[in-house]
Design a protein around this ligand. Structure first.
Ligand SMILES: C[S@@+](CC[C@H](N)C(=O)[O-])C[C@H]1O[C@@H](n2cnc3c(N)ncnc32)[C@H](O)[C@@H]1O
Length: 385
C-alpha cells in the first residue's frame, strides 16, 4: 500500500511542497528556509532523526521524519499530500511505529499543535496520551502496556513451574531466613505469588508494583493491612519504613530497560534498607553462548502448548521475549511480547557496588545449589555494610 525510503537531495522540492500544502497552508511558510533545513537534515546522516519519503504506488506521496534513541522513538513529523489523505496511510505508518516501539520496549512520542484537534483525535484513538506541553504543542506518548487486566487475570497458573509448591516453599524459606526478624519489601510484587506465602510464614511484607491490575489480583488473596502495596516505579518510589530485606525475583530487574534505571533500582533498594540489610535478585543468565554470529534468537522453551523465543539486540543489550501459547487444537496461538535489558552477573555486581552493596552469596537456585558456568539462572544476595 505504501513504502518508505530515505530522502535524498533530489527530494527536497517535493518535501517542501508537501510540507507547504499539508502542514503550512498559511502564506508565511518560508520555502527557502524550509528547503535549507530539510537539506541539512538529509545530509546529517549521523544526526538524531531520519527524513524519509512516503511513496504510494511508487510515487512520492508524503514526508516522514523520525528520531530514534536508545530510550524512545519520536515521530517528529508526518505529512501526506492532500490527494493521499483519509485513506488510512497515516494511521498505518503510526501503527507500524507503535509495533517498532513495542518490540524495542520504548515509548513512541510526538507533539501535536493545539490548533489541530483532528490530528489530536486520531492520536488519541491510537492510544496516545498527553504527558507534557510547550507554548505551541501538547506532547503525546504511547507505550505498549504489558501488565494489563487480561494478562493479570491469567498470571496465576497453578500448572506453571513458577507456582509449584516445592519452588515457592524453597523461595520463601530462603527469603524468611534472609529477612531475619525484620520486614521485607518486594519490588514488583505482582499478584503476590511469593509475597503471600512469605507473609504466611510470619514475615511482614510490603510491595511496590507498577501495574494496578496485578495488584487487583493480589487483593483477591489478601488485604492492604496484611500486605500494603504502593503503586509506582521500583526504581524511584519510596515506601514508608525500614526493611531488613528487599527482594526482586523472577527476572524482573530486566523489565527496566536502561542501565541507568537498573542502577537506580539498586539505589532505591539501598534507600529502603537498614544497615546490614540485604537485596536479593533472581535473574536469568543471558544466553549469549547460544547465539552464534548471524543467529539473532534462541528458543528457550518448546513445549507442545507453549514456545518461548528470545530475540537478542546485542548492540543495545536488549532481549525481546515472544511467548506463543497455543489453543487447544494447536492451530492458533496467542502472542505476548515482553522487552528486557539483559545483565551479565558481573555487571549486576557492579551495579550493586555503585549503590553501596557487596555480594554476599550467589547460588544457582533457592535451595543453595552451586552456581557454575552452566547455570541458567542465579539467586544473588547483596548486603549493605
Ligand atoms: C514477571 S512479573 C513478577 C511478579 C512477581 N514478583 C512474581 O514473582 O510473580 C513482573 C512484574 O513487574 C512489574 N513491573 C515491571 N516494571 C516495574 C517497575 N518499573 N516498577 C514496579 N513494578 C514493575 C510488572 O507490572 C509485573 O507485575
Amino acid at each position: 500500500m505504501y513504502a518508505i525510503r530515505p530522502a535524498t537531495e533530489a527530494d527536497v522540492t517535493f518535501l517542501v511542497d508537501v510540507a507547504a500544502t499539508a502542514s503550512h497552508p498559511d502564506a508565511d511558510f518560508d520555502r527557502d528556509q524550509y528547503a535549507a533545513w530539510t537539506r541539512r537534515m538529509i545530509e546529517d546522516l549521523a544526526g538524531p532523526s531520519t527524513t524519509s519519503v512516503i511513496e504510494v504506488n511508487g510515487r512520492p506521496a508524503g514526508r516522514l521524519r523520525v528520531a530514534r534513541t536508545a530510550a524512545s522513538i519520536e515521530l517528529c513529523g508526518i505529512q501526506l499530500a492532500p490527494s493521499i489523505q483519509n485513506q488510512g496511510i497515516g494511521t498505518a505508518i503510526i501503527r507500524a511505529l507503535q509495533e517498532e516501539a513495542a518490540a524495542r520496549g520504548v515509548a513512541l512520542d510526538l507533539g501535536v499543535e493545539r490548533t489541530n484537534p483532528n490530528a489530536r483525535r486520531l492520536y488519541e484513538r491510537l492510544g496516545f496520551r498527553k504527558y507534557a506541553e510547550d507554548d505551541r504543542e501538547d506532547k503525546l506518548r504511547w507505550r505498549h502496556d504489558i501488565w494489563t487486566s487480561d494478562v493479570a487475570g491469567r498470571y496465576d497458573d497453578p500448572g506453571d513451574r513458577m507456582f509449584s509448591t516445592a519452588l515457592l516453599d524453597a523461595t520463601t524459606a530462603r527469603l524468611a531466613e534472609l529477612a531475619g526478624t525484620g520486614r521485607a519489601l518486594e519490588f514488583a510484587i505482582g499478584t503476590g505469588r511469593v509475597a503471600v506465602p512469605l507473609a504466611e510464614r510470619g514475615v511482614p511484607v510490603s510491595g511496590i508494583e507498577l501495574s494496578p491490575p496485578m495488584v487487583e489480583v493480589l487483593r483477591t488473596k489478601t488485604d492492604e493491612s496484611t500486605i500494603p502495596v504502593t503503586i509506582g516505579d521500583m526504581a524511584a518510589v519510596r515506601v514508608p519504613g525500614e526493611f531488613s530485606l528487599v527482594y526482586l525475583v523472577y527476572n524482573t530487574i530486566s523489565n527496566l530497560l536502561t542501565q541507568e534505571d537498573q542502577v537506580a533500582c539498586f539505589r532505591n533498594a539501598a534507600r529502603h534498607l537498614s544497615p546490614g540489610g540485604r537485596f536479593v535478585i533472581e535473574l536469568w543468565v543471558p544466553e549469549l553462548r547460544r547465539l552464534p554470529p548471524g543467529t539473532p534468537a534462541t528458543v528457550g522453551i518448546a513445549d507442545p502448548g507453549y514456545i518461548l523465543l528470545d530475540t537478542y539486540d546485542v548492540l543495545h543489550q536488549h532481549v525481546t521475549s515472544y511467548h506463543f501459547t497455543f489453543t487447544e487444537g494447536g492451530t492458533e496461538a496467542r502472542l505476548e511480547r515482553s522487552p528486557h535489558r539483559y545483565i551479565w552477573p558481573a555487571e549486576l555486581d557492579l551495579m550493586a557496588q555503585l549503590a553501596g552493596f557487596t555480594l554476599e552469596s550467589r547460588h544457582a537456585d533457592w535451595s543453595g545449589g552451586e552456581f557454575t558456568a552452566d547455570s541458567p539462572s542465579h539467586v544473588s544476595v547483596y548486603r549493605l555494610p
